[in-house]
Unconditional design. Structure first.
Length: 456
């Protein structure tokens, strides 16, 4: 009894260990809160795109099993049963004739052949090599797809944060406008020289524009959350939210120099692995196609048996009987298929595929470093934009506060409110967009280098 209890405890502990990544996330008041790593982990577990990659790997493994199976004997069996005329006598004399029907009986016959390949000049071994490299190609494709899924999750996750920051900014500007409009109406009613009816119209127009941006921000937040939900495979009735409250800049900079990223990509980028393994696979297929020029050597065996109850058995080896016999034999064999252009055309096709992949390799060697360089420069630009827009929106905020205060005291024109709030909203929005660009540039840089999504 104690052993059973102990076993159940161990099983529960193991279940919690392996299920923890799937259950990661905090539940608050019926809502599932997920951080960025939690979202990526769930997406890597449930994404349909990764299901396709896993199916491709299974297909590649099956092709390797098929190639390996050609090393083993292949057995063919043919069984027959049917009517046949009776036959009496022996190999010297029979009262029956082959062209006359003398009653009908039944016969049953079975023929079995076994062929064991001995040497095929590379037909089997090269295709096994190609299939093995094909598995590595699909494994690298799966890693690439995982990186793509993680990049999408980051885009949606940071998109939610950006939309919420912009929505809060628009709400802040809207509140300031509402206060300024109420104050302007009071001053206009009091006959203040600082306010004209046209100022009210301008404030109303600006308020309408603010409401438009509010709806755009809400739509962006809703779409980003929906895309994130789909990417993670969450049911539509699951109430969830992201765990990060604010969109804040990263403080650790680029982290490395450009040559370091280029060198790391050679080791980590799955596309490089795909091309290396793919070139070896295609080279093996070219050799396998060329092997078709040569014969196959094999060891063959044959067994044939037939029985017809109403036919006399003939024992003369020179007179075979197809309906009453037992034959067997074993021999070394050679099978050579000679054609006029078919094999050479197949070799040319495989060589063309190899040449095409070599061109793809050259393209990757030229463009992957360019992709890394672009992401690196985008990251540097975003970090500089964060610093510049932070100073700019700080100054614009002071300007807006001063303009609203002067307007409240009746010593400042309403135009200052329009200009200062527009400048503040624009620079504050640029600040959040710069943060978003920084995070996405870093995500693009990680993708371009081939960093694992959850190792950082």
């Amino acid at each position: 009894m104690k052993c059973c209890i102990r076993t159940m405890v161990y099983q529960c502990a193991l279940l919690l260990i392996f299920a923890a990544p799937l259950l990661a996330g905090e539940v608050q008041q019926g809502k599932l809160l997920l951080g960025l790593d939690d979202c990526i982990r769930r997406a890597l577990t449930t994404s349909p795109e990764l299901g396709e990659s896993r199916a491709d790997m299974e297909l590649a493994e099956a092709k390797l099993d098929e190639a390996k199976a050609h090393r083993f004997p292949q057995i063919e069996f043919l069984g027959l049963m049917g009517p046949v005329s009776k036959a009496r006598g022996n190999q010297v004399y029979s009262p029956d004739r082959i062209d006359h029907l003398h009653g009908v009986t039944v016969f049953s016959r079975g023929d079995a052949t076994i062929v064991q390949p001995l040497y095929t000049f590379g037909k089997i071994s090269e295709r096994m090599t190609a299939a093995g490299h094909g598995i590595e190609v699909d494994r690298a494709k799966k890693v690439q797809k995982e990186n793509e899924v993680a990049l999408k999750v980051k885009e949606y996750y940071f998109g939610v944060l950006l939309a919420r920051e912009l929505k809060e900014l628009v709400s802040e500007v809207g509140e300031s406008l509402d206060k300024a409009r109420d104050k302007a109406r009071k001053l206009l009613d009091q006959g203040s020289p600082n306010v004209e009816p046209v100022d009210i119209y301008k404030l109303d127009a600006f308020s309408g524009e603010v409401r438009k941006y509010t709806e755009e921000a809400k739509k962006g937040e809703s779409l980003a959350l929906a895309a994130l939900r789909v990417q993670m495979g969450l049911p539509s009735d699951t109430v969830f939210d992201i765990a990060t409250a604010r969109l804040t800049p990263d403080e650790n900079g680029a982290g490395a120099d450009m040559p370091d990223y280029l060198a790391a990509a050679k080791l980590k980028r799955p596309e490089y692995k795909q091309l290396q393994e793919g070139l070896q696979a295609r080279s093996a297929l070219v050799k396998a196609a060329k092997a078709d020029y040569y014969p196959d050597l094999f060891l063959g065996g044959y067994l044939s048996g037939a029985y017809a109850p109403d036919r006399d058995r003939v024992t003369n080896p020179w007179v075979p009987d197809e309906f009453n016999h037992l034959w067997a034999g074993i021999a070394l064999g050679i099978k050579w298929k000679i054609d006029f252009g078919i094999t050479s055309a197949k070799v040319a096709q495989e060589q063309a595929q190899l040449n095409r992949l070599e061109s793809t390799n050259d393209y990757a060697n030229a463009n992957i470093p360019l992709q890394i360089r672009k992401a690196y420069l985008d990251l540097q630009e975003a970090e500089k934009s964060i610093a510049a827009s932070r100073d700019a929106y700080g100054s614009a905020k002071k300007w807006a506060v001063a303009a609203i205060a002067n307007f409240d005291m009746g010593v400042g024109p309403a135009k200052e409110i329009f200009d200062s709030l527009q400048s503040y909203a624009r620079m504050r929005a640029d600040y959040f967009r710069a943060i978003y660009n920084q995070k996405m540039s870093r995500a693009n840089l990680d993708y371009a280098v081939g960093e694992a999504p959850l190792n950082k």
